[in-house]
Design a protein around this ligand. Structure first.
Ligand code: CA
Ligand code: CA
Ligand code: CA
Ligand code: CA
Length: 450
């Protein structure tokens, strides 16, 4: 279906663009590309040292044919086999749960992703689609179980990176990132392919935690590898496996002592088979909304681009009773989404490619009768929709829809568009312009959060 076929609106005519965010700058060239590269660099640095082949899984090859080094190195200056003192057991009573089915919105503006789809083609990656995530503890470990929608339908395995973010001081900035960068393949706990990062310089989230910012080149996200340290002093620090009870559940465990024996924290979960770079947290700072793409067909940034094949969750409390005002805490209103990715299909159904057409237009006029005025909210949160009013002179006022989009079809002519809202400043406040026959005037708005 092509709603545009009767009248073609050329967007060349008048384009007002007020973009708050600048394009993401390149990160310093010295930073590695992803976790694989971090490991590759580490291994390169250690190449002169003795490595015991019997301790290592053989090197594997990724889809692009690039050799992926073995993820773990044995302790320096020793060929002794790794001896585990303690291995995680079964998860006991569940102490906290994140529900990514209930809170399943995608909102780039607050770093909340629900986009387990491939770039551009929007094919499902069920092995990246978080469902419910549970946590439990014992005296030694924190445990997390990440329930995925299904295996990867192409490979029949779980192929993503799987992670947990911990915010110990509950200020919205994650402090630790537990990350399985080699997906577990067995139901036995394995310490290989798991890493624990921390953010020592408190720049995860950039200027504003969770909220999208224009990136600064010095930001380095989770830059510090806490475990496995080199030399490896504790081979029991972090673990991953597939649940023995459910082939689509990834379980992670990390020693409580490695994250400072906290008595409480906020936590959330991640899947990622695209960026896989701890030093780019948070992703909505290192990429703009336009670069990231959107899973919502009505969004101007549809389809998915740089930020694809990933899922993240809101945060839940462990060890304390949340007030509901904690940054990133799971709230119905924050993440409810009315739009869904077009290609969400049941397993076994081949997704189709959704044409890149706006869904809001119903155009029945003959050519040259109408012009279009459209507006997009940048760094958008759907909860703001009802409090933001955009008024077009002589044509009344509208609220943005859940994806931050609204439009009018009007006779060609001169107009003034004004923005008003109850809580946040919306910029630009007022713009006057002329829109010609069959042209579109497009206004990008930014939300100024005090
Ligand atoms: Ca999600
Ligand atoms: Ca999900
Ligand atoms: Ca930020
Ligand atoms: Ca950092």
């Amino acid at each position: 279906m092509h709603p545009k076929k009767n009248v073609r609106f050329a967007r060349l005519g008048i384009v007002f663009t007020f973009v708050l965010m600048l394009s993401a700058c390149n990160i310093p060239g010295t930073l590695p590309q992803n976790v694989d590269d971090i490991v590759a660099q580490t291994l390169t640095a250690m190449s002169a040292q003795s490595v015991t082949p019997t301790l290592e899984a053989p090197a594997t090859t990724d889809a692009a044919g690039t050799e992926i080094p073995t993820p773990m190195t044995p302790p320096e200056n020793t060929t002794a086999p790794v001896v585990h003192v303690i291995i995680p057991g079964e998860m006991q009573a569940i102490e906290s749960t994140v529900d990514d089915l209930l809170y399943n919105g995608d909102d780039f503006s607050i770093n909340l992703f629900e986009r387990p789809f491939t770039q551009t083609l929007m094919e499902n990656r069920f092995d990246l689609d978080l469902q419910k995530i549970a946590m439990s503890t014992d005296n030694t470990f924190f445990y997390f179980s990440l329930d995925l929608k299904d295996v990867n339908l192409n490979t029949k395995t779980l192929d993503g990176n799987y992670g947990i973010e911990l915010d110990l001081d509950k200020n919205g900035r994650g402090d630790y990132l537990l990350w399985a960068y080699q997906p577990p393949t067995t139901t036995s706990w394995d310490y290989l392919g798991v890493v624990l990062f921390s953010d020592q310089n408190e720049d995860v989230g950039g200027t504003r935690a969770l909220v999208s910012d224009a990136v600064k080149p010095e930001w380095n996200g989770y830059e510090t590898e806490v475990w496995p340290s080199k030399p490896l002093t504790d081979p029991d620090g972090a673990w991953a496996r597939i649940s023995p009870k459910d082939a689509t559940v990834v379980q992670l465990a990390v020693k409580r002592s490695l994250v400072g024996n906290p008595a409480s924290f906020l936590w959330s979960a991640w899947t990622d088979d695209q960026i896989k770079a701890s030093y780019k947290f948070e992703y909505n700072d290192f990429y703009t909304a336009a670069e990231a793409g959107s899973p919502y067909a009505a969004n101007p940034n549809y389809p998915l681009k740089a930020l694809s094949q990933m899922d993240s969750t809101c945060r839940e409390a462990w060890g304390f009773k949340p007030t509901g005002n904690e940054p990133g805490i799971c709230k119905k209103a924050v993440v409810q989404a009315t739009a869904k990715p077009k290609t969400t299909t049941k397993p076994g159904v081949t997704p189709t490619i959704t044409p890149l057409v706006p869904t809001k237009q119903v155009i029945t006029a003959t050519p040259c009768d109408l012009a279009q005025v459209e507006a997009s909210m940048l760094a958008w949160n759907p909860v703001w929709a009802s409090s933001i009013s955009i008024c077009l002179s002589g044509n009344g006022c509208k609220n943005p829809d859940a994806s931050g989009y609204l439009n009018w079809l009007v006779p060609p002519g001169a107009y003034t568009i004004t923005a008003s809202q109850a809580v946040y400043r919306v910029l630009p406040e007022s713009v006057s312009f002329t829109v010609d026959c069959n042209n579109t005037a497009h206004i990008d708005y930014s939300i100024d959060i005090p």
